[in-house]
Every structure is written in C-alpha cells, then in structure tokens.
Design a protein around this ligand. Structure first.
Ligand code: UDP
Length: 415
C-alpha cells in the first residue's frame, strides 16, 4: 500500500556517524533480516522502556528486520505486585507473600496463553512478563532485558526470580555492575535516544515558547526542571528541597513534569504528596506531552535528575542532547552519562544539588560549556544507532540454536 509516511532509516544517522559505521550496521541488519522477532513489555507508554521500544522497533523494521512489540495485560493488583517487585529489585523492601506470587504468575500465564510467541527471537523486558518463558516450547533463543538498577536487589525476590531468568538464553543489563550470579550468559548495553522524534529534535524559540505558554509556565526567571515519572526513586521531593534552598540565593522557577505510567500504580500517590509544595514558583505538572518535555529541556537553565536509584536515566541523555546543564544523582547509569564538571554535575545530597543550581543559574558560561560537552557525549555514545548495532549483535549472535557466541560491541562506547 503506498504511503506518504516515513520512518527513520539507518542512513538518517549519517549526519551523526561516519559512512563506514552506517554501512557496517546496514550489512549486519541484512544478515538477520530472515529472523522474526518480538518484544514483550508492560506498557506502551510511560517510562524509559516504552520510549526505547517505540523507536527501536521502528528502526529495526526500517532496516528490514521484522520486529514486533506486545504488552502484557493485567488488572491493578498485578501492576501493584510488579511495582513492588520493581522497587525491591532497586533495593526497596517487599513482603513476598504466596498471594503476590500467585497474582504475578497467574497473570503472566494468562498473557502467555493469549500471545503466541513462536518467533525466532523473543525479547522480554523487565520483571513484569519475566515468567512467560516458562509456558512455551521455545522456537529460538529468548532474551531477558532488565532495565532497572540492579546494584542491590532484594535477595529473597531475586532468589524467586532467578530460576525464571535461567530459562533464558541471554540476560541483558544496562551496566556491568548490575551483573548477577547466573547460569545465563549476560550482556551489557546502555540505553539510547532517538534524535529524530518530537521529544528530541531541535525546536525553534517560538515553538518552545508556545509550549511553555500553553501550560502557563512563567519564563520571566530562569527555569529549573526535573522531568520524570512521579516515583520515589526519582526523588522529586529532594529536587524541590534543593530548589527551595537555592531560592535563598537565586530567583528561578522550578517545574516538575511527570506523566503517570500505565504500569505504575504509585504515581498518583507520589504526585499528591508533593502538592503541598506547589506555589507560584514551584510548578507541578502531571501531563503527557513530549513536545513539552523537549521545550523544558531545551529552555531550562538547569535540568535536574536527582534520582537515588536509576537503571540508566533516559531523561539525562535527552537533556544533554539539547545542550542543557544537567545535575544528576550520583547513582546507577547517571554516572556513566555525566562526567562530573565536564558535561554536567553529579550530586550526592540535597545541599549539593542546591549549590549546583545556584552556581549554574548564576553562570551562563559554565552552563554553555557543560551543555556543549553534553551534546557531544550523547552524539558519540548514546544515540539509537549504537543500541541498534548492539541489539543486532545479540540477536544474530546465537551460533548453535541457544548458544550465545558473540557479545555485542562494548556497552555504550563510541561507535
Ligand atoms: N517522560 C515523558 N514525560 C514525562 C516524564 C517522563 O515523556 O512527563 C519520558 C522521558 O522523557 C523519558 C522516559 O519517560 O523518555 C523516562 O525514562 P527514564 O529512563 O529517565 O526513567 P524510567 O521512567 O524508565 O525510570
């Protein structure tokens, strides 16, 4: 069917990487074009995994690799359990009762029945659909891609989940330091962003202003922003407290923007707990608007990501791509994106965050220097074309049917 629509192609990245790289990746894509691949995750929107899959699945298809994406369906009690698991994998507590296990396993079983995963490669994302592998006669290798901060997983929970993981043929984590004691081969690759989507493409000043006006965001003072799901690991309260301290020395407006993801039942509660801080200069917005994300990241004097756990942190990359001065929590994947003092700042406390906000609001030259370096970091390391190549390496790297022989090019390093 003829169409006027166009999706991003590998060659569109020629403006960011050299021709040899483009040709190499095209060649690799051709080598796995016979494979039919599917992804399973827990939501089509909200959060980094959905963001990643939206772009990656299209890019793979435009490269000739038949790649689908499905989502598990479940009632709120299931997502209540999986959110607790997510929290516990990141170091929180969980009371892992039989009832929780039953809800989890039953919903996953129902989804396994409903989906017919007879693909050449199946990629399961995060813990929500993890046990699906137990219900199929595999037709090809299955890969579990875990996106959370696995530096201190709850031991009991991991003991329970690990046998499921060991039914996979490979496990992918964002960082080598998230490696676990597993019989399954482990591969490490950091997420990446799509520079061509509305959220990340260059906006004109007028377009930025239009979005900010639309939400009545004042632009008379410098903007400090944090854009994240309303989730305690993102420490929105810490961001507000840091801003309040900074306000004693500089005038600025704080905007906390967050969408409530479909698979995150805690978002409303976290959002409501912050309402008491709201005033003329502390603005809380629960909206889904990718152009607004872009406008805020592009216009802000300071972008915060004051997380206390962060598997990777796509918001950090997105803001760095816009040349923003980013202040990130010194945790997880953020430490692999920000080199302290070179392309942003890493912070360990509310007080330190406040100091950096003051310094950056007062010093435009510093913001510019960090921002320029930040954009270069993203261009060299964190664009989707790099992740595409790593994915192709894994998907094509099973020599005997279930034996992963090749490992992808080093995680997150320059192309
Ligand atoms: N995001 C968004 N709107 C919001 C808040 C977040 O579009 O109001 C997006 C954000 O731009 C990023 C993703 O959600 O692409 C969050 O990914 P990240 O890795 O930072 O965190 P996660 O939510 O996966 O923990």
């Amino acid at each position: 069917m003829p169409t006027n629509h166009r999706i991003t192609q590998i060659e569109d990245y020629a403006q960011y990487v050299d021709d040899v790289t483009i040709e190499r990746i095209q060649e690799k894509a051709r080598s796995i074009a016979h494979l039919h691949i599917t992804n399973v995750s827990s939501t089509y929107y909200g959060g980094g995994v959905a963001e990643l899959l939206s772009s990656l699945t299209l890019l793979m298809n435009s490269a000739g690799i038949k790649t689908g994406w499905r989502v598990v369906q479940g009632a709120s009690d299931y997502f209540g359990v999986t959110k607790k698991m997510h929290n516990a994998l990141q170091g929180g507590k969980i009371n892992l009762s039989d009832r929780k296990k039953q809800i989890y396993e039953e919903v996953v079983y129902e989804n396994a029945v409903r989906n017919h995963l007879d693909h050449d490669r199946v990629i399961i994302h995060d813990p929500q659909p993890l046990p699906m592998v137990m219900h199929y006669q595999k037709r090809g290798p299955w890969i579990w891609h875990c996106h959370v901060d696995m530096s201190q997983p709850d031991r009991d929970l991991w003991h329970y989940l690990r046998p499921f993981v060991e039914h996979y043929d490979a496990a992918v984590f964002s960082l080598e330091e998230y490696a676990q004691a597993l019989d399954t081969p482990q591969v490490f690759m950091m997420p990446a962003i799509d520079p061509f989507i509305v959220k990340n493409k260059a906006l004109s000043d007028a377009e930025i202003q239009e979005r900010l006006n639309h939400y009545d965001i004042p632009t008379d003072l410098p903007i400090v922003t944090q854009i994240s799901r309303f989730d305690r690991w993102k420490d929105p309260e810490g961001a507000i407290k840091a801003f309040q301290i900074a306000q004693q020395e500089v005038d600025a407006t704080l905007v906390l923007l967050g969408e409530i993801a479909a698979d995150d039942p805690e978002g409303d509660r976290v959002y409501n707990s912050l309402l008491e801080y709201q005033n003329e200069r502390i603005i809380l917005l629960a909206k889904e608007d990718t152009a607004l994300v872009n406008a805020l990241q592009s216009r802000a004097a300071v972008v915060l990501q004051k997380s206390i756990r962060e598997g990777f942190g796509l918001t950090v990359t997105e803001a760095m791509w816009k040349g923003a001065a980013v202040v990130g929590g010194n945790v997880g994947g953020i430490r692999y994106q920000i080199e302290d003092g070179k392309n942003g700042f890493l912070v360990d406390s509310v007080e330190q965050t406040a100091e950096r906000i003051v310094e950056l609001v007062q010093n435009q030259d510093l913001r510019q220097r960090l921002g320029e370096n930040a954009r270069e970091t993203v261009r060299d390391n964190f664009l989707m074309i790099r992740l595409l190549e790593q994915y192709i390496d894994i998907l094509g790297g099973f020599e005997t049917q279930y034996q992963l022989t090749a490992t992808p090019s080093a995680s997150g390093t320059a192309l």
